[in-house]
Design a binder for this molecule. Structure first.
Ligand code: GDP
Length: 301
């Protein structure tokens, strides 16, 4: 359960304290439960959904014991989370016919995009895949530099051009050279400027279209990286990016430093996009494949 201690502390210990001395799930218990979920950043609408489901159970069983609340919460929350179909990093749902398998990574600056790309590259490499990174965030010199640092650390190739060059051109170069080199996975970093929604949409669309000239069904994955410690801001970013492009996977970072891990539940419920990876530290190995049952168990153990 590395990395989830703070959220667990926030959710589970408050829950334990709250139900101590109370035997049945009454209105007070439900009110307090609502507050615990909201303060863990589950989000108001998802919290109300969970509370309603528990109310339904109470309606059926008036004497529902607080001792059962744990198991019920686990069950209800697990039901709200989207299933992550990638069971392990070896398979990592890589379609063998897709060569290279292309992951376009989106998200605002500072959320942990570069770090997540580096960790992912490491996981792929460990599972025997050949990986290349594309530095298509050409607006920040620091972004390109950081990607090179990660490339060196992991031991994978990084394709970049000059600062300010066309991001789509970098993506195109990356895929062309990946095909030429027989690389299995290409991970493309993009700029995460959100101040202009139409601009963001146009830029991501252009990158996609250009990539499809090399790999017709690229990108296979559009991975949105969100910082879990920003709670409701992460939800807002998810809204913006899903409007701008077809995000089909989420990575939630910095779960190790926050008590707001409940945001994982709210985001999965609201957007119906699977959380695929979670970041639980700054190190190269601090990336886990998200497993909803394990996640919920670790919060309510
Ligand atoms: P980018 O601007 O989105 O590319 O963000 P970076 O990858 O440069 O990360 C920003 C900061 O967040 C760095 O200091 C990272 O070490 C840190 N970071 C990224 N992921 C995690 C994580 O899962 N846990 C923690 N504690 N820090 C992280």
């Amino acid at each position: 359960d590395k990395g989830l201690e703070k959220t667990k502390e926030n959710v589970f210990s408050k829950l334990t304290k709250m139900i101590a001395g109370k035997s049945t799930v009454d209105d007070d218990v439900l009110d307090e439960l609502e507050e615990i979920l909201v303060t863990s950043d589950v989000g108001v609408s998802t919290t109300l959904k969970i509370i309603e489901r528990i109310e339904d159970r109470v309606a059926r069983d008036k004497y529902l014991g607080t001792s059962e609340l744990n198991a019920i919460l686990r069950e209800e929350i697990t039901g709200l989370l989207e299933e992550n179909n990638s069971a392990d990093f070896d398979k990592l749902n890589i379609n063998d016919n897709a060569r290279p398998y292309v992951i376009m990574v989106v998200g605002v600056n500072g959320v942990g995009k570069t770090t997540t790309i580096g960790k992912l590259a490491h996981k792929f490499k460990q599972s025997g895949k050949k990986v290349v990174l594309g530095a298509a965030d050409t607006f920040r010199a620091a972004a390109v530099d950081q990607l090179h640092i990660w490339g060196d650390r992991v031991g994978v190739r990084v394709v970049s051009q000059q600062m300010g060059s066309d991001p789509a051109s970098v993506a195109y170069d990356t895929l062309q050279s990946a095909v030429a080199n027989g690389e299995d996975v290409a991970i493309i970093d993009t700029a995460g400027r959100l101040h202009n929604k139409v601009g963001l949409m146009n830029e991501l669309t252009k990158i996609k279209n250009v990539m499809q000239k090399v790999v017709p069904d690229a990108p296979h994955e559009i991975l949105l990286v969100l910082d879990a410690s920003t709670g409701q801001n992460a939800i807002e970013q998810c809204k913006q990016f899903t409007q701008a492009t077809d995000v089909n996977a989420l990575a939630l970072t910095k779960l190790d430093g926050t008590a707001k891990g409940g945001v994982v539940i709210g985001i999965s419920d609201q957007f119906k996009i699977p959380v695929k990876y979670i970041g639980v530290g700054e190190g190269i190995n601090d990336l886990q494949l998200f497993n909803k049952v394990e996640f919920v168990n670790s919060l309510f153990k």
